[in-house]
Ligand binder design. Structure first.
Ligand code: ATR
Length: 276
């Protein structure tokens, strides 16, 4: 009997991860012989754990908090998107034995917005909150959608300025602090800060949402996040969390590994039904 190809997600913490379930559903749907596990890997053990994984025949890894920058450094080759973002969430063993790094987070976000929610970013005013690793992964894919404006706001303004500078080779990105947002309005506001993990909110003024606007929290949990509630309370037409993005970024990773694109709608519906 043929043994299944091995894949895994590494992270710390990892017990909450929905990725094994999502990839199992993809494998069943596409009839692929795949085993996908979740492994608790602290940052200081990442390189050794990844070496062992690939030495034992592993075909691909997903890397989540706090390992994305380490995975970036680990990858021997990177796509241009991953190279720019400084963070890698997908490692794929290549035929020549080398490891390719990709970041599928941003494509996952765009696919969820456009395909699942009918929200285009083209010619829209986009505000990203936060200038950490999560923001870095989504900026280039957002710029590829030709927005009218892309502004990064961050508590530590210097970090937003730095990110805008890095991505200026791709397109126009502005940066600011939260107090500078007074009087400005946006069509899509994306929360890429870590505030939702602790039930907090970025210090946003209340009147930054344009008519028919959308709020999107990259985080997700069984209950709506504080930012999803904030969007609803301030008149957003849609206020979404990152569950759809999670499934779409996984589909993108599955495609990179198996060259097969799984259908995502039924998987998202099932993951939604299993909340709480
Ligand atoms: P990640 O990899 O999840 O992006 P990170 O690199 O630590 O994590 O970045 C966290 C982001 O959330 C940062 O933009 C951080 O702002 P600072 O750069 O000023 O630290 C932002 N953040 C965290 N807590 C916040 C809070 N209470 N209010 C506003 N922004 C916050």
């Amino acid at each position: 009997m043929t043994a299944p190809d091995q894949y895994a997600v590494f992270g710390d913490p990892i017990s909450h991860s929905k990725s094994p379930k999502i990839h199992q559903l993809f494998a069943e749907q596409t009839q692929q012989l795949v085993q996908y596990t979740a492994q608790l890997v602290p940052a200081e053990q990442f390189t050794v754990a990844a070496d062992i994984f690939f030495a034992q025949g592993g075909k691909g890894l997903n890397c989540t908090i706090p390992l994305k920058e380490l995975a970036w450094a680990y990858a021997q080759h990177k796509t241009r998107r991953a190279q720019l973002s400084g963070a890698v969430n997908t490692l794929a063993l290549q035929d020549d034995g080398s490891v390719l790094g990709e970041n599928t987070d941003g494509v996952g976000l765009i696919t969820d917005l456009i395909n699942n929610h009918g929200i285009s970013l083209q010619n829209r005013r986009i505000l990203i909150l936060g200038a950490g690793g999560a923001s870095r992964g989504i900026i280039e894919p957002i710029l590829s959608q030709a927005p009218r404006q892309l502004l990064i706001a961050n508590r530590t303004v210097d970090k937003a300025v730095e990110l805008a500078k890095i991505f200026s080779v791709v397109g126009e990105v502005d940066s600011c602090g939260y107090t500078d947002l007074c009087g400005e309005q946006f069509d899509v506001i994306i929360n890429a800060t870590s505030t939702s993990l602790s039930g907090q909110l970025p210090p946003l003024p209340g009147n930054v949402l344009a008519k028919n606007s959308c709020c999107y929290d990259l985080a997700y949990s069984n209950q709506p996040t504080a930012f999803v509630y904030w969007g609803l309370a301030h008149g957003a037409e849609k206020s979404l969390d990152g569950l759809g993005m999670l499934v779409e970024q996984a589909a993108e990773a599955f495609y990179l590994w198996r060259k097969l694109r799984p259908a995502t709608a039924a998987v998202i519906a099932l993951m939604n039904a299993q909340r709480g």
